[in-house]
Design a protein around this ligand. Structure first.
Ligand code: GLN
Length: 471
């Protein structure tokens, strides 16, 4: 029996290299757990039937000496990442039968390494949500307590890793969609610098915010995935050229800024106590903790919920019943559009298309969208300025504990509040990592998050690994 619970990429790699088990056996071990648990959890929407063939190909790499750290490593991927020849539905009815015609850049990279892609995971429709309850394919349950949500929008990927149904997984972040489910499922989640991982082949939500983001049980696992996938892609105009990714000026400093004023209210007292305790541990380990002010960041959520729907309304306009996915017959073109979109999009997607169309409409554009873009720039500048003095910024990852399935579904604003600490990193484009920071007395996971300046992922890995030893 392979100890999947405590497995990491490096441990699996060492075992595969020594021949303790084969890539096929490792993949089979995960498929076995999927068979046992997926019915209840609904983490995977589909398990790919070519996974074992990929595992056999990976095994060849071990035999001919070309294996790398990710060779044979079983991954789960979110349902909005294109994998040629496989369905990618973004959790939506409108793409129910859409088969990807090419590989996303990150999939190409994983294939080059010989990683094994087990299947595609459930998500909030088009990545809109914080609980994986807006998927057209049913909710995903939290493996820690199946009456709770796993977080979202990448809840399927998080549940898959937490339940040992994949060693690691890819999700995407537009605003917390990997960090929040990491917090709810007790995992590490990394949101990279905007432009680090190519968006080529990712079904866009808010393209000025979206980033492919890895899940793992350890900081090192997310680091390995980041290092492999963070490469310039000439086919993504927002992919950063190599020169920008320079390692120069990187800080391994130990000065942590805490914007206390941002979480004076609305944070669960258990989370607050855990956050303070976590910071004390770091202080005792030699970190310097200072109070910082991010005066505009209190508007992050408001800004996000204007910019994101504006981009969503534009990005989702391509789903018109003609070019992709669901197509409903109609008497004329307008009717085809209306019927296809009306049937294909769920309530949350429609809400955001309406909001976005409104904030971009003539007469409101200046009052909402343009204003939000300006405030976003202020937030970015103040975050970057803070990093002139501190190396890291710390906050709790989410202000609330994992909640019950069904909760907040009829209260979109309460759902949006889950993103309050996520938004600044996505708006400013800086990297951020969510780290498990203990458990409540009811065994629910707790999480803290760090941000660093652009391209300083190493600072996040450094503090993360240190924090892992302090438990
Ligand atoms: N909770 C965020 C939202 O609903 C999640 C977005 C994301 O990161 N994909 O917009």
């Amino acid at each position: 029996m392979i100890d999947l619970k405590n497995l990491t990429i490096e441990k699996a790699h060492a075992a595969l290299e020594k021949g303790e088990y084969t890539c096929r056996e490792l993949t089979e071990a995960y498929l076995e757990v999927i068979k046992e648990k997926n019915k209840e959890l609904n983490a995977y929407l589909e398990v790919f039937d070519d996974a074992l063939a990929e595992a056999d190909k990976a095994q060849k790499k071990f035999e001919n000496g070309t294996a790398t750290l990710l060779t044979g490593i079983p991954f789960a991927i979110k349902d909005n990442i294109l994998f040629e020849g496989h369905i990618a539905s973004a959790g939506s009815k409108i793409l129910e039968n859409y088969t990807a015609t090419y590989d996303a850049f990150v999939i190409k990279k994983l294939k080059e390494e010989g990683a094994v892609i087990l299947g595609r995971t459930n998500m909030d429709e088009f990545a809109m949500g914080s609980s994986t309850q807006t998927s057209a394919y049913g909710v995903t349950r939290n493996p820690i307590d199946t009456s709770l949500v796993p977080g979202g929008s990448s809840g399927g990927s998080a549940a898959a890793v937490a339940a040992d149904m994949a060693l690691v997984a890819l999700g995407t972040e537009t605003c917390g969609s990997v960090r929040e489910p990491s917090a709810f499922c007790g995992l590490v989640g990394l949101k990279p610098t905007y432009g680090a991982l190519s968006r080529n082949g990712i079904i866009a939500m808010g393209n000025s915010l979206d980033q492919v983001s890895p899940f793992g049980k350890t900081v090192r696992d997310t680091e390995i995935i980041f290092n492999t996938l963070s490469k310039y892609d000439k086919e993504d105009s927002t992919s950063a050229v190599e020169a920008l990714r320079s390692k120069e000026n990187k800080s391994m400093g130990k000065k942590i800024g805490i914007p206390w004023h941002l979480f004076e209210e609305g944070v669960d007292p258990v989370i607050m106590a855990n956050f303070k305790e976590s910071m004390e541990k770091l202080e005792n380990a030699g970190y310097e903790i200072v109070d910082i002010k991010l005066p505009h960041s209190k508007y992050s959520l408001a800004v996000y919920y204007i910019i994101m729907p504006a981009e969503v309304s534009t990005n989702l306009s391509r789903f018109d019943g003609i070019r992709y996915g669901l197509s409903e017959p109609g008497a004329n073109l307008m009717e085809v559009y209306k019927k296809s979109r009306g049937k294909g999009f769920g309530a949350e997607a429609r809400r955001r298309i309406l909001l976005g169309t409104y904030v971009l409409s003539h007469g409101y554009y200046d009052a909402y969208y343009n204003k939000a873009v300006k405030v976003r720039e202020k937030i970015k500048q103040e975050v970057l300025q803070a990093f002139e003095d501190v190396d890291l910024i710390a906050t709790p990852t989410v202000p609330i504990l994992p909640f019950k399935l069904g909760e907040k579904l009829n209260d979109p604003v309460a759902m949006y509040l889950c993103d309050i600490f996520s938004a600044p990193a996505n708006l400013a484009g800086v990297p951020s990592i969510a780290l498990p920071s203990g458990k409540t007395d009811k065994n629910l996971p707790l999480s803290i998050q760090f941000m660093a300046t652009h391209w300083d992922e190493d600072a996040l890995f450094d503090v993360g690994k240190k924090f892992e030893t302090l438990k």
